[in-house]
Design a protein around this ligand. Structure first.
Ligand SMILES: Cc1cc2nc3c(=O)[nH]c(=O)nc-3n(C[C@H](O)[C@H](O)[C@H](O)COP(=O)(O)OP(=O)(O)OC[C@H]3O[C@@H](n4cnc5c(N)ncnc54)[C@H](O)[C@@H]3O)c2cc1C
Ligand code: SF4
Length: 513
């Protein structure tokens, strides 16, 4: 066998690629993981708000462009473990209904080619693999689960517990967020120390359940698993029939290298995976690899997200506030005939982080005082797959991201709903009443929840991947990152990407046996 030939070559080590790497390594396959970045350096700056949020030390320095040709600096990270090194580790299942067609104010959210029941066993396996801490039964929209979490929920700190009690009095059903932080409260050996620099930061003590610590590193204990870092995959080449990827072209420290695999998996993140397939155009695939349907790069989704700071009269000394969420407005209900979305928290804001976003100052308050009193909500609503929201390449090969938000009415209503609820809570209504809230929509560069650009489906005319996430037009090419989503739902995407990687892994193992 050639030295650079493997059973499976995977491009990208994030939620999708890292999880699949682990699955195949444990099953004894000769598997290669190609990652363009290296390990996140372990240094004090991992937990510095200035380094992370103001200087964007760990973000890629690449420049992408928007539809109008304006440069943008994407908030994305190229390291072993991908964006899971930086994520907030809120690990939600999609709702059962998200797999079907859902009517939104802005249009139809399309059905997936598989149902919730097909994904359920893999959700459970992913929750166990990533050691998710959670509690079944609290979330009013939660789908059926075939097993429990292995670890108990992360408890609220007092200010968040009080907010939960206040919301419950108003008739809501707030619940505990399922989290991938390895916190064992009361145990002096707990890996996680419950710090304030988790969401958006790499974990200095490797206690966050990210793809590097939970999957890539354990996989590397198997002699049949190989990781090559600093390996930028430039292009995939096929044989003369165009049906098989035969060469994976890499640049490593400026030097070209070539690898090959019986199976090749692209998992570079929804934007870079689409860009890689488009860059791999050839005579046999003139519109880009696996793109006869002209869907590669299209239907980019990233959620409608905003941060809402509610300045409360009570100080908020919470260290780790991302423990509470509200799904009462996730589905159409008696109040409105369409879904609005999901409410949770971001990591606790401090004055340094607020200075990076430069919010409107509440009169009479410094950034520091605002940060000490703010409850920092994160609102997510579903954006719909529009073919004109897309990734393309410019003449120099740079990524162009064209995106016009849609389905915004639900998000506006969700913001208004949260504000009206908080105004009803005792004490909140009299505190700086006109400027109680500071809201900010996440800009285009905020590509944290990118998905949808290489959709799977039942019809090769309107999707690039079949239901097993294999490219319709190729016999040995798969995609397992967030690209495969045909709709974005309104909860965080990572657990679904991990679960799907396990599902596709089973399919690949069956095929290889
Ligand atoms: C600040 C932040 C907070 C978040 N919080 C949450 C959360 O709480 N819950 C949640 O569910 N999700 C969260 N997310 C989103 C979550 O991290 C992503 O959905 C998930 O990591 C996407 O997985 P992926 O496999 O699609 O891609 P990624 O994890 O981005 O992995 C892609 C990998 O491919 C590599 N790569 C790219 N191009 C190439 C190439 N050409 N050659 C070789 N390698 C390449 C990249 O370096 C990267 O390692 C957050 C994201 C961010 C940035
Ligand atoms: S110690 Fe815990 S809270 Fe802090 S970054 Fe690590 S996982 Fe997150």
């Amino acid at each position: 066998m050639e030295r650079n030939h493997y059973d499976v070559v995977i491009v990208g080590s994030g939620a999708g690629g890292g999880t699949l790497f682990h699955k195949l390594a444990v099953a004894g396959k000769n598997v290669l993981l190609l990652e363009r970045g290296g390990y996140v350096p372990r240094e004090k700056d991992n937990w510095s708000a200035k380094a992370v949020n103001v200087e964007a030390k760990y973000n890629t320095k690449e420049t992408w462009f928007d539809r109008a040709g304006k440069p943008l600096h994407p908030h994305t990270n190229y390291f072993v473990g991908g964006n899971t090194k930086f994520y907030g580790a809120a690990l939600f299942r999609l709702r059962k209904e998200d797999f079907g067609e859902v009517r939104h104010h802005g249009g139809i959210s399309p059905a997936w080619p598989i149902g919730y029941d097909d994904m359920e066993p893999y959700y459970l396996a992913a929750e166990h693999l990533y050691e998710v801490r959670g509690e079944r039964g609290g979330d009013p929209t939660e789908p059926q689960a075939s097993g429990d979490y292995k670890y108990p929920k992360v408890p609220h700190e007092p200010r968040i517990a009080k907010l939960g009690a206040d919301l419950t009095k108003l008739g809501l059903r707030p619940f505990h967020v399922p989290l991938g932080v390895r916190l064992d409260t009361g145990d002096p050996r707990s890996k996680c120390i419950r710090c304030a620099t988790c969401d958006g930061f790499p974990c200095l003590v490797w206690a966050k359940s990210d793809a590097q610590t939970m999957c890539v590193d354990p996989a590397l204990l198997h002699p049949n698993a190989t990781l090559v870092t600093d390996a930028l995959v430039e292009r995939l080449e096929t044989d003369a029939t165009g049906r098989r990827v035969t060469k994976v072209h890499v640049t490593r420290n400026g030097v070209p290298e070539v690898y090959s695999g019986d199976l090749v998996v692209v998992s570079a993140g929804a934007i870079n995976s689409a860009a890689l397939l488009l860059r791999s155009a050839s005579d046999r695939h003139p519109n880009g690899l696996a793109n006869r349907s002209d869907t590669v790069g299209r239907h980019y989704m990233g959620h409608l997200n905003s941060v809402v700071l509610a300045i409360s009269p009570d100080a908020n000394p919470t260290v780790f506030q991302k423990t509470l969420a509200i799904n009462d407005f996730y589905k159409a209900n008696g109040e409105w005939e369409y879904p609005m979305g999901h409410i949770s928290f971001v990591g606790k804001m401090d004055a340094v982080t607020l200075s990076a976003g430069a919010p409107k100052l509440v009169p009479g308050m410094t950034l520091d005082l605002m940060a000490r009193h703010s409850l920092d909500f994160w609102l997510t609503s579903e954006d719909l797959p529009d073919p004109d929201n897309r990734v393309t390449l410019d003449r120099d090969g740079n990524v162009v991201l064209a995106y016009t938000p849609n389905n915004e009415e639900g998000h506006k209503r969700l913001q208004a709903k949260l504000k009206s609820l908080l105004r009803k809570i005792d004490g909140m209504e009299h505190f700086v009443p006109r400027e109680l809230f500071v809201g900010q929509r996440i800009p285009l560069a905020g590509v944290a929840h990118q998905n949808g650009t290489i959709r799977f489906g039942n019809d090769p005319e309107s999707s690039a991947l079949d239901p097993s996430c294999k490219a319709w037009e190729l016999d040995n090419l798969y995609v397992v990152d967030g690209s495969f989503f045909p709709s974005s739902a309104a909860v965080n995407p990572a657990l679904t990407i991990m679960a799907n990687a396990l599902r596709v892994g089973d399919h690949m193992l069956e095929r290889m046996s």
